[in-house]
Design a protein around this ligand. Sequence first.
Ligand SMILES: O=P(O)(O)OC[C@H]1O[C@H](OP(=O)(O)OP(=O)(O)O)[C@H](O)[C@@H]1O
Ligand SMILES: Nc1nc2[nH]cnc2c(=O)[nH]1
Ligand SMILES: [Mg+2]
Length: 180
Amino acid sequence: MKQDIEKVLLSEETIAAKVKELGAQIAKDYADKNPLIVSVLRGSFVFMADLVRAIDVPCTVDFMSVSSYGGGTTSSGEVKITKDFDVSIEGRHLIIVEDILDSGRTLSYLMKTLKARGAASIALCTFLDKPERRVVPVEVAYKGFTVPDAFIVGYGLDYDQKYRNLPYVGVLKSSVYEGK
Ligand SMILES: O=P(O)(O)OC[C@H]1O[C@H](OP(=O)(O)OP(=O)(O)O)[C@H](O)[C@@H]1O
Ligand SMILES: Nc1nc2[nH]cnc2c(=O)[nH]1
Ligand SMILES: [Mg+2]
């Protein structure tokens, strides 16, 4: 797998330090709120697993899955929830955990939809942010790293469902996807 990586952007150590920092901040902000921490599958599963172990206050977890609709290579912003919550979110303080914020279409739609269901509050925690690509504005409460507009894999992020298991974040060699 390493031979397909152009450059390592974030090492395991760099990631671990940042996740600890984010977890401590969330623990401080949500000490007596029993937040519901929500992982948006699949990309966020690695970040989620590390993050919740860095949050040293009572909380619960749940998982949801979404798929973007739209023709061609860009999503229309319409999102279908393909796996919904297993618990009611009414009156709960939600923290949505994502691996990467790109155009913002997925998150913008998701946050709007969840607000309408009566959550007490909703905050977004994204591991990576690619601000150059933003089409729809999204408010971010907790952010790991800002990344350049390159195709990134590892630590949950895939190309063609592969590379999610890399323990670091790297830029994928263009030869891997060119000609596909
Ligand atoms: O800001 P946006 O342009 O909406 O893109 C961000 C979303 O795209 C990726 O998920 P993807 O749909 O590729 O699925 P995955 O999580 O299963 O990898 C990523 O995990 C975010 O969920
Ligand atoms: N794997 C991966 N998914 C993305 N979704 C939006 N941007 C990216 C990216 O750079 N890499
Ligand atoms: Mg995703």
